[in-house]
Design a protein around this ligand. Structure first.
Ligand code: SF4
Length: 429
């Protein structure tokens, strides 16, 4: 038996807004597929062979000899994911779908597939495969949060050589917070579970052997608690290994973080992250208590705290690649000037700008549904680069124009970035 895993394509900022290519002197960062496929591949019994297609790199809708097609997609890729499902089913292949979007919207996806996996798939995957082999797939497999001590190392080797330019490292799953724009607590549970240190080091070892770097996309390692302890142990181990090898630690491409987390983290811990090879933060702003107030123009203290967070990054030598989210209910057209002023004053060199998007499963999705402010359900436009809801203080058109202006004016004085080495001028746009 053979299973074909497919990671579905989606539009990023420049694909949705081609004019960005005219004035943003940066390379587009492709990023890794989610770890979900690699983890399910590792849970696939040996009597199944595996094929993997990254639809972002080569369109996946070509015939296959697989006995089962397994699709993984999040909201920006949902339209494409469901079209791929239609294609494979039209060619006689049973299709199962999982990932963030199928978990949050199983009734939508269910019309296009034979089975939907809701939740973390590892625990039910052998059952799904057995049912597929017996020709009796069920429409729905509800998966409980996985005991991470039972999860084997992900088969990231499937991604090597496909054209991906980054690879995820996972320290933990779940989050106890309830940020408005985040689906993680809804999908992965509100309890943080950690991988063992051996598992995390094993993940890193796989990447090191392949000569590629990993990214710490989750920000939960910056909170006090189990995930923070594990991340700290990881940094210690990376530093110790680099010392033995007599080289520098440089296997971690970036770490996700927010401004309150930077402010709450000791300088010595940030220095440890830097020594362990974290040269860049993917610093997400616009949903936390500091940045949501900083850009309204009404809270000078919040603005000063945001500036202090950026200064702290610069002090330890970690580049604060900052993502500015615009479109929250307190944002108006003056927010653009305040964000640009802030970026200039604090010395931010690289930034991306995102339109607030109420992704299904997030608290903001449910709130805007209740307020009847969801404009449409064209999932391909749910990608931070289009307006899909009715803003509070701007028209949808004005919000989109504000977003374009942010990109244009931020990069207007930064043409020299085109001369940076490749990875340094790579951003998610
Ligand atoms: S953004 Fe980070 S802190 Fe907030 S809910 Fe998501 S994972 Fe948790």
């Amino acid at each position: 038996m053979k299973v074909l895993f497919v990671y579905a394509a989606f539009d990023r900022h420049a694909a949705s807004n081609p004019e960005l290519l005219e004035f943003v002197p940066m390379n587009e960062y492709l990023g890794s597929p989610s770890l979900g496929i690699a983890s399910l591949a590792a849970c696939t019994p040996p009597d199944w062979t595996i094929e993997y297609r990254d639809d972002r790199i080569v369109p996946a809708d070509v015939p296959t000899d697989a006995d089962l097609v397994a699709l993984s997609f999040f909201t920006p890729a949902a339209t494409r994911g469901m079209a791929l499902a239609d294609y494979f089913r039209a060619h006689g292949k049973p299709v199962v779908a999982g990932g963030l979007f199928p978990t949050m919207m199983p009734e939508v996806v269910g019309h296009h597939v034979d089975a939907v996996v809701v939740g973390e798939g590892e625990g039910v995957w052998p059952t799904v495969l057995a049912d597929a082999a017996a020709g009796r797939l069920k429409p729905r497999y509800n998966a409980a949060p996985v005991d991470l001590t039972t999860v084997p190392l992900p088969r990231v080797d499937l991604y090597f050589g496909t054209g991906a330019d980054d690879y995820p490292l996972q320290v933990s799953r779940g989050c106890a917070m309830t940020c408005q724009a985040c689906a993680i607590p809804g999908v992965m549970d509100r309890h943080i579970r950690t991988f063992s240190l051996d598992h995390v080091l094993g993940q890193l070892e796989q990447l090191t052997r392949a000569g590629v770097r990993g990214c710490l996309t989750e920000d939960t390692g910056w909170f006090p608690g189990a995930a923070h302890r594990r991340m700290s142990e990881l940094f210690d181990a990376v530093i110790a290994r680099a010392a033995v090898a007599g080289g520098t630690a440089a296997q971690i491409s970036y770490a996700g973080i927010s401004m309150p987390m930077i402010l709450a983290t000791s300088t010595s811990f940030l220095q440890k992250a830097k020594t362990a090879g974290v040269d860049m933060f993917y610093l997400v702003g616009g949903f936390d208590p500091v940045t949501t107030r900083a850009f309204t123009g009404q809270d000078a203290k919040a603005l000063a705290r945001a500036e202090a967070a950026i200064a702290k990054c610069h002090d330890v030598g970690i580049e604060p690649y900052t993502s500015f989210l615009i479109g929250l209910d307190d944002d108006d057209e003056g927010t653009v000037d305040r964000m640009l002023d802030f970026a200039d004053r604090s010395g931010i060199r690289k930034a991306e700008f995102a339109i607030f998007t109420p992704y299904p499963g997030t608290p903001s999705w449910y709130r805007l549904l209740t307020e009847d402010r969801i404009l449409h359900r064209d999932w391909s436009k749910y990608n931070d680069a289009n307006v899909v809801f009715q803003p509070a203080k701007m028209s949808p058109e004005a919000l989109h124009a504000a977003y374009i202006r942010l990109w244009r004016e931020f990069y207007a004085g930064r043409g020299h970035l085109a001369d940076l080495p490749l990875f340094e001028r790579t951003i998610q746009f």
